[in-house]
Design a protein around this ligand. Structure first.
Ligand SMILES: Cc1ncc(COP(=O)(O)O)c(C=O)c1O
Length: 446
């Protein structure tokens, strides 16, 4: 079999002259916490990025089909984003919210304009974990209630509070956490009780939220939080009607609804700007990070004026949240998504990829499920389609083979059994065909 070739791309990487990958690995082992993990048996060192591609220290190019980790929304070092950050870096790098600064105010207005309903007030933070932590604080302060319902198979962060929301043993340390958090069953049409052939699956899964309210809480809850599509959990797309029904149960119990758009937002699902819109709901709080800044440390909590007002009961401060440089970058990202019609591109390329992945499923029995929306896609690998035993080792092997052929992918799911595709939204058809061809080769090598 001839190894697939990357589509041509007009960019000459700078000749790398820094420390070798071995030296960087040595420094990392000695001076960085061993808890921070790496992909690949022979770790990849990235030294340059341009749009959908990255280069290693030898000048070898890769298609970044994981998009950082769903962080690079509009393209590595997108010229519009780089220029906005450069201009602001030269003018004023740092200021906090104790002074007036135009960027944070203008950016908040632009972001609010993208939101439906009454979701018009922003609070900027530095990460997704911080955003979810703050959203929970607001929900509890606003409702006067304590209990929170999250979903199994969720990932909402790794700090003390969000580790409690996150629901995979892999990410949970054996320390006290999760106070007041209850996890409803995952509305997973592939592994769950009700599949895609059940038109009422959304309803049925949402009934577990009501069940938790009745049997695990006082009957009054502070919040329900869910990713609009579960990312780290392996690109799990909920059945139609799930969020609508779950939101109804939660609101009837005095709670508010939080949508975690850290991965699914900013046009990635293709059909909609926000992932929750694919379920026909409007949340009370939306949390964002990753793609919001195309890779810079920026997160946001957007909510209604009424909910936002509860934070004024005390003083709340975040030193770096909404600093002038990240706000300039975030504003540029919003502009690029619109100007370059990247939501539409996510739909076009995403549908092309989805069709190609479904074709691969016909050919390779190890693919148990193909799913996702736009450029948030996944394939779940199983040793056997009936038992659905997770094909964990094979998944890792596929990632290694694809890397050897110049394609970077992600994995997800409790057992690391799902391959994830979330490239920068600027990818084209030639990239998608390259991805499918490489994947086909890697599957054939198993
Ligand atoms: C859906 C979701 N929410 C929250 C987070 C946490 O974001 P961060 O790593 O920026 O704290 C992540 C990170 O992967 C995520 O995928």
């Amino acid at each position: 079999m001839k190894t697939p070739e990357l589509p041509p791309f007009d960019h000459q990487p700078v000749k790398y002259s820094g420390p070798s990958a071995d030296e960087v690995l040595r420094l990392r082992k000695q001076f960085l916490n061993p808890g921070i993990f790496m992909y690949y048996k022979k770790p990849l060192m990235m030294v340059e990025g341009k749009m959908q591609y990255v280069w290693d220290e030898t000048g070898r190019r890769y298609l970044d089909a994981l998009g950082g980790i769903v962080t690079v929304s509009v393209g590595h070092c997108h010229p519009g984003v780089v220029e906005a950050a450069r201009r602001q870096n030269e003018l004023l790098q740092h200021s906090t919210t104790i002074y007036l600064q135009p960027n944070i105010a203008e950016y908040a207005q632009k972001l609010a304009e993208k939101m439906p309903g009454d979701l018009k007030v922003c609070y900027f933070v530095n990460s997704g974990s911080e955003a979810n932590d703050l959203a929970l604080l607001m929900a509890r302060a606003y409702t006067g209630n304590y209990d929170v319902i999250a979903l199994r198979n969720a990932y909402h962060g790794g700090n003390a509070l969000t580790m409690g929301l996150t629901s995979h043993r892999t990410w949970k340390f054996n320390v006290p956490h999760s106070f007041g958090v209850h996890h409803a069953i995952t509305p997973d049409p592939y592994r769950g009780l009700w599949g895609r052939d059940d038109a009422h699956a959304g309803n049925k899964y949402a009934a577990d939220v009501q069940n938790l309210i009745d049997f695990a809480t006082s009957g009054q809850v502070a919040a329900f939080i869910a990713e609009s599509i579960q990312g780290v959990g392996g690109c799990v797309v909920f059945p139609d009607g799930y969020l609508k029904n779950a939101y109804e149960h939660v609101r009837a119990a005095g709670g508010i609804c939080i949508a975690d758009e850290v991965q699914a937002g900013f046009g990635r699902t293709g059909t909609h700007y926000w992932g929750f819109e694919t379920q026909g709901v409007i949340p009370d709080i939306v949390t964002m990070a990753k793609g919001i800044g195309n890779g810079c440390p920026l997160g946001a909590v957007v909510t209604t004026p009424k909910i936002a007002a509860t934070l004024a009961a005390r003083t709340h401060f975040n030193t770096f949240g909404g600093n002038p440089v990240v706000c300039a970058q975030g504003k540029a990202v919003l502009e690029v998504i619109d100007r370059e019609k990247l939501q539409q591109n996510s739909l076009t390329i995403g549908n092309h990829l989805l069709a190609g992945l479904n074709d691969l499923k016909q050919k390779h029995n190890i693919i148990g499920d193909v799913r996702g929306k736009g450029l948030m896609l996944g394939i779940e690998l199983v040793k056997d389609r009936t038992s659905k035993e997770p094909a964990k080792e094979e998944c890792a092997q596929i990632l290694e083979s694809c890397k050897e052929m110049g394609l970077l992918l992600g994995k997800g799911g409790l057992w690391g059994q799902t391959i994830r595709f979330s490239p920068p939204m600027c990818v084209n058809i030639a990239d998608a065909d390259f991805l499918l061809e490489v994947l086909d080769h890697a599957l054939a090598r198993l």
